[in-house]
Design a binder for this molecule. Sequence first.
Ligand SMILES: [Zn+2]
Length: 494
Amino acid sequence: MDFNKALDFYKQQRRKIIAQNYVGFVSSWDMETEAKENSILAESEQMAVLSELSYTLTTDPNFEQAVNVLWQNKDKLDEVLCHEVEVLQKDIQETKKIPMEEMSAYSVLSSQAYPIYVRAKTEGNFELFRPYLEKIVEFAKKQVVWLDGELHGYDILLDKYEPHYTQTQYDKFFDVLKQRLVPFVKQVTQQKPIVPAWATASYDVAKQKEFCEYLRDVLCFDKSRGIMKESEHPFTTSFGTEDVRITNHYYENNLVSSIFSVIHETGHALYEQQCDKALNSTLSGGGASLGMHESQSRFYENMIGRSKAFWAVHYGKLQQTFPTLQSVSLDEFVDYINLAERSFVRTEADELTYSLHIMLRYELEKELIEGDLKVCDLPKRWNEKFFDFFGMTPPNDQLGVLQDVHWANGSFGYFPTYALGSAISAQLYHHMQKDFDVEQSLQSGNTKAINEWLKEHVHKFGSSKYPDEILQYAIGEDFDPTYYVDYLINKYTK
Ligand SMILES: [Zn+2]
């Protein structure tokens, strides 16, 4: 195959892969927002066929040959295509090592496991989910055997979610947190904070939605290119820059939960919407990695959403929506949304204690994948480790081992990207402030200047570069957790 023929073939196949990705995008959106348990179970066979089609497209020998020819002629490729081909080469080689029938069977397993997990969590019944989780862990362990090469064991899974990040990098990062943050958290959270009565009062869900819509406008989410619906756990998904979807969850007795979810998810959404549109016809759109994605959502949630400067402008609107808040001052509100407390649930954790929840999961995953921890012993091990980190024991598995959906999806290696993203957001914030006065910009009533900075430094590249390259471009530095720890200690010392 000569270069021109390879390029032609590559582009044709890429159109098919993109269309296939679209089908995956729509069906998974449907499963997580609309479909009932029985519908999901009935449709698992279709998901298996789709995963086989996608497998066949990626491992097509002609496609592999085309990719290899392009890689041999990489000096003729533009920067985006060059990176894309490099990533694809690795992807093809890895996919080929996994037997198709295993992939297909796993797809059936994971679509069946999801509704069972939801039921097990609702009932607080780990035993119901255990047989599924055992099979999921078994598949993850097989994967590390199939993909063994330059990387081994758990590192193989970590690298899938965050390229160039393995236990060496994460251990270094978490060691810094252990040395400086863990003792600080113990000291700051010694006394249980008093939760004001207004925080758990009843707030009309329709009104909450109205305020969350207002926040999407404030943060400049382009509503002509995306929607917001509801799901058990809020999330963001997208198909290029033109179809970006987020979800939220409303609790009548927890007003701030939906507020921080919409700010967080809009951070993810802006990353997608602000990508270079030219990347839509490539495989290089979307976020560079999960860690980079989380750095954006955390940036909006914490640096913007928990700041007094932001609420100085928007608290009036919240009081107008919920007149009972007239008796709560701006300072009281801002103090409350920045309370630090040791708690059981990761998604409800505050900014200070959040990464401790991640370190717990990281250590358990290591034991599951590389150590001798068995799934049947997981709830017990979770509670022991939780006690080590937090000094308390979850009263049930709902608030313990069953709280997160990730393991039901087979996403081992995903969790550490949450902590990494939080830390990167602090590093970006530090450098953004050197370029302009972020607080002053928030007083203008919207986040245009912040969005623009993030677009130019991070978003526009999509996944056309590795995350560490984007960080170098954006701030001229490698990842450094010191910014994060300094930021938290400084904030919570005040
Ligand atoms: Zn997120």
